[in-house]
Write a protein that binds this ligand. Structure first.
Ligand code: GLV
Length: 297
């Protein structure tokens, strides 16, 4: 039997992954095209487009190289009984913590405004806020959310975590200067930041979205920024990626755009973690980090 590697890789990335996976799984056959569909029982995938895994009658395990598996769960061509494991990698969690810290720090100390001022050759000093004067809400308390809470806490911020199991989101939003979104994208969290929730946020607060673009109703966010309800948004994820060249976020003075890089999969550690799960599967051990399809992550 063999393993299919599938994803939106360019040639160099594909070769890199193949090299790492072949080194970690020397007894396995790895292929990048399902030419012999009957021979494939495992797929290792990086956010593949819908339909890539159809027509594989012997498929028994899907290992994602991405932490978020919303795209795989939305792919109706994947038989729901095939177990799906997501990537849980301490290296990614730390990368996410770094990005969240950078965003919160840039907002706390007005560095986003100083960057804009530099482009205008404008010398203007803002009052300096202390970290312990800034209330941060971290939405989503999975591995990444918890790593972010730890990092922000260690840097002196007042941090409150929230997960969908808890109620009273509006109260937390109303009490927070900066809201960092790390929720999984599920039917419950899709469109969470609509005009009503954005209005529930403290006036002049900031939104940092490092999770999925579909958590935010983009037109509502633009309206909230234009009205001054929100001071700034740091966005790593969008409804449509790459963000279209004519999208208003690109040039909006209150938006910082990142090209979905808050926590990229670290191929070195992720290949080893994926290989370990493949070996567990082959030897009949429990596979780690299986997704609960009903829950959506
Ligand atoms: C990136 O967004 C991931 O889910 O790994």
């Amino acid at each position: 039997m063999s393993i299919l590697l599938a994803g939106e890789f360019d040639a160099a990335e594909r070769a890199h992954w193949l090299g790492l996976l072949r080194a970690a799984l020397p007894d396995e056959t790895l292929v990048t095209e399902p030419t012999d569909a009957d021979s494939i029982d495992i797929a290792i995938v990086a956010n593949p487009p819908a339909g890539v895994l159809q027509g594989l009658p012997k498929l028994r395990l899907i290992q994602s190289l991405w932490a978020g598996v919303d795209r795989l769960l939305a792919d109706t061509s994947i038989p729901p009984e095939v177990p799906l494991a997501r990537m849980v990698d301490p290296a990614m969690n730390e990368a996410m913590a770094e990005t969240a810290l950078w965003a919160v720090l840039s907002l706390q100390r007005d560095f986003v405004d100083y960057a804009a001022q530099q482009r205008e050759r404008r010398w203007q000093q803002h009052p300096q806020r202390r970290a312990d004067e800034v209330q941060v809400a971290v939405l989503g308390l999975g591995q990444m959310g918890r790593a972010v809470v730890r990092r922000l806490d260690a840097n002196g911020y007042r941090v409150a975590g929230w997960s969908t199991r808890e109620g009273r989101l509006d109260e937390l939003l109303a009490a927070s200067d900066i809201v960092v979104n790390l929720l999984p994208l599920t039917p419950i969290t899709r469109g969470l930041f609509d005009s009503r929730r954005l209005a529930a946020m403290r006036r002049g607060a900031c939104l940092v979205n490092l999770a999925r673009g579909a958590h935010v109703v983009e037109a509502d966010l633009l309206a909230a920024l234009d009205a001054g309800q929100l001071r700034h948004a740091v966005l790593d994820v969008f409804h449509s990626e790459p963000l279209p060249a004519d999208h208003p976020f690109w040039s909006h003075p209150r938006v910082t755009v990142l090209p979905h890089v808050a926590a990229q999969t670290d191929a070195r550690s992720a290949a080893a973690l994926a290989a370990a799960n493949v070996k567990r599967w082959r030897t009949g051990e429990a596979v780690a980090n299986l997704v609960d399809r009903a829950r959506g992550y």
